[in-house]
Design a protein around this ligand. Structure first.
Ligand SMILES: Nc1ncnc2c1ncn2[C@@H]1O[C@H](COP(=O)(O)OP(=O)(O)OP(=O)(O)O)[C@@H](O)[C@H]1O
Length: 257
């Protein structure tokens, strides 16, 4: 069974300048354990699609299921964790306090909160940093803390909206490697928004290419790369070929301003 299933999905925002077709007739199936990247120019609906999965936006047409139920039901069942573009950590709370906050709100018992915080800090290689404040950590470490916060529910689905967009290339490479290892270890289903072709190809089992006005899917590329990927796989012929197809897809869907 697909974990995420979109059929003829539409979302039109009504604005003062008229309707904006953020998503138009989007069809997509994502299976359990897949790592799916969404790539496309600004305004093609990547974030909107992720927000629909997370029940943060309401589609205006078509159907969307998450784990076989509506996005709202999936949210109530804590089916996913969501990592936003900026780390978004509260500066007045420690790293552990930030990770704990949603668990507190959800009413998890205190010892269960502690156990989960320690587990996820270890998963993202931040064990020992729980007592620090966000401003005492580098940008890359803050992003890892934000991933830890999303992992704390131990949901099977992880939705990530450009989590590494603001980081320099070396840090981004490192986090890409760590995220891939985490994915291989936990077998989570990941939806990942990015503007970077190498990042999309390096991380994914499937790359969804989107185009704006109206926001739609123009290509879905299954990656045959092995699941264990050292960074230098980016020099391989297979990698370059997939990257080329993604670039061609982006060019084909390009809309002049
Ligand atoms: N709440 C909203 N009200 C009106 N229009 C919106 C709203 N949210 C998004 N849009 C519009 O919907 C379209 C898709 O936006 P979306 O943020 O999903 O694109 P994106 O591909 O994620 O872009 P980016 O790469 O810049 O983050 C854009 O034209 C955007 O302006």
């Amino acid at each position: 069974m697909s974990v995420i299933e979109a059929r003829g999905l539409n979302l039109t925002f009504q604005t003062n300048d008229g309707p904006v077709h953020a998503l138009k007739d989007v069809n997509l199936s994502i299976d359990r354990g897949e790592f799916v990247s969404f790539i496309g120019p600004s305004g093609c609906g990547k974030t909107t699609f992720l927000r629909c999965i997370a029940a943060l936006e309401q589609p205006t047409g078509g159907s969307l299921t998450v784990n076989g139920v509506s996005p709202e039901e999936a949210r109530r069942a804590r089916a996913y964790g969501y990592v936003f573009q900026a780390a978004g950590l509260y500066p007045w709370r420690t790293i552990a306090g930030n990770i704990k906050l949603p668990l507190e709100i959800m009413g998890f018992a205190r010892d269960e909160q502690e156990r989960r915080v320690n587990d996820v800090l270890q998963l993202v290689d931040l064990a020992g940093f729980g007592k620090k404040y966000p401003w005492q950590l580098s940008g890359g470490m803050q992003q890892r803390a934000s991933i830890a916060r999303a992992l704390a529910f131990d949901a099977d689905i992880l939705l990530m909206d450009e989590p590494f967009g603001a980081l320099d290339e070396i840090v981004r490479d490192h986090l890409n490697e760590q995220l891939l290892k985490l994915w291989a270890r936990t077998n989570k289903t990941i939806g990942f928004v990015t503007h970077s072709i190498p990042e999309a190809v390096y991380l994914s089992t499937k790359i969804v290419v989107m185009s704006p006005r109206p926001g739609r899917i123009t290509d879905v590329i299954d990656s045959p790369l092995p699941s264990e990927r050292p960074l230098d796989i980016r020099d391989s012929a297979e990698f370059i070929e997939i990257a080329h197809r993604v670039r061609e897809g982006l060019r084909a869907g390009h809309v002049d301003e």
